[in-house]
Design a protein around this ligand. Structure first.
Ligand SMILES: [Zn+2]
Length: 303
């Protein structure tokens, strides 16, 4: 999939999520207000924040279609990492807010008005989040994006939250326990832990994650297999966003290889690596002197 196509694809996938989130938020706001349940209201706020978060992600994706400029030679590719970072911050914020309102509810309990219709409506919203999670998971398989991964995690978490909300909501009616607030605290701890985990992942992506050794090793294997190449070293991969990765490689040619052959081999390697790993490759030639050089001034050109 081309870079531009991948971006438009992501925008469509996220837009579906935004619509679902805002609809769910409105439904929960209505039920929460009518039944006077803090956990349903918090859930509504949470879904609203999810929608805002995904909107930020869409904005980020839209900016990524812009071409690199003189000021930003590597383009906007890394914005995707920033978007998923913002999503994880929102997730933690929601958890903290949720915890606060739950504690408040334990100390200042309100009567909750429960009906089976409201129960059923919230059950449907839970199902919607479960399906939304599958939607993100399915599409993330195709485009592998931190944004979709975070959104998928959040959706399934929300499914769990809403199920617990339902349990808390119905139990509060039949028991005298203040389960509404207690369930809320348990849920907020789950949200905060999940948010912190994603936050760490995204911070690492922003700072520049270490490219997995596997890719580096594979690149090494591919290059060293070429004839006339005697050594491959210093493979460094720079990540400027998905589809904008650059590899720097130093190779050494066997002695006595003429310039034309070197040029052909370099072209072959470049094409091969770019196709296989979807990254740009810059090759430095080290040491390898050809016959003519040897006759003239033997020089060692580093890097
Ligand atoms: Zn959520």
């Amino acid at each position: 999939m081309s870079k531009t196509k991948r971006i438009f694809y992501s925008i469509i996938v996220c837009s579906v999520g935004i619509i679902v989130d805002f609809v769910l938020s409105a439904v929960k706001l209505y039920v929460g207000l009518r039944s006077n349940s803090i956990i349903i209201l918090s859930d509504s706020v949470h879904n609203f924040m999810d929608g805002i978060g995904l909107s930020i992600a869409v904005l980020g994706f839209a900016l990524m279609t812009k071409d690199p400029s003189e000021r930003l030679p590597e383009g906007f590719g890394r914005l995707e990492y920033l978007s998923s970072f913002i999503l994880s911050v929102l997730l933690i914020g929601t958890g903290v807010y949720f915890a606060y309102s739950s504690i408040d509810r334990i100390f200042y309990p309100y009567p909750i008005s429960f009906t089976w219709l409201r129960f059923a409506i919230i059950a449907i919203t839970a199902l919607a989040k479960l399906l939304l999670g599958f939607w993100f998971k399915y599409h993330n398989k195709r485009i592998n994006s931190g944004v979709l991964k975070t959104a998928q995690f959040d959706s399934w978490l929300d499914f769990g939250i809403t199920i617990m909300t339902l349990i808390g909501f119905s139990l509060t009616v039949y028991t005298q326990l203040r389960l509404d607030g207690i369930f809320g605290i348990i849920l907020s701890v789950i949200i905060i832990i999940g948010g912190i985990k994603l936050f760490k992942e995204n911070i690492i992506a922003i700072l520049g994650d270490k490219i997995d050794d596997e890719t580096t090793n594979k690149i090494y294997e591919k290059i060293i297999r070429h004839t006339y190449i005697s050594q491959v070293e210093n493979i460094k991969i720079y990540d400027y966003g998905i589809g904008r990765r650059t590899a720097l490689v130093t190779v050494e040619f066997e002695l006595g290889v003429d310039l034309n052959t070197i040029k052909t081999v370099i072209d072959e390697i470049t094409a091969e690596i770019q196709n296989l790993f979807e990254l740009e490759i810059k090759i430095c030639i080290k040491g390898g002197r050809d016959e003519r050089d040897k006759d003239k001034t033997p020089q060692k050109t580093e890097g």
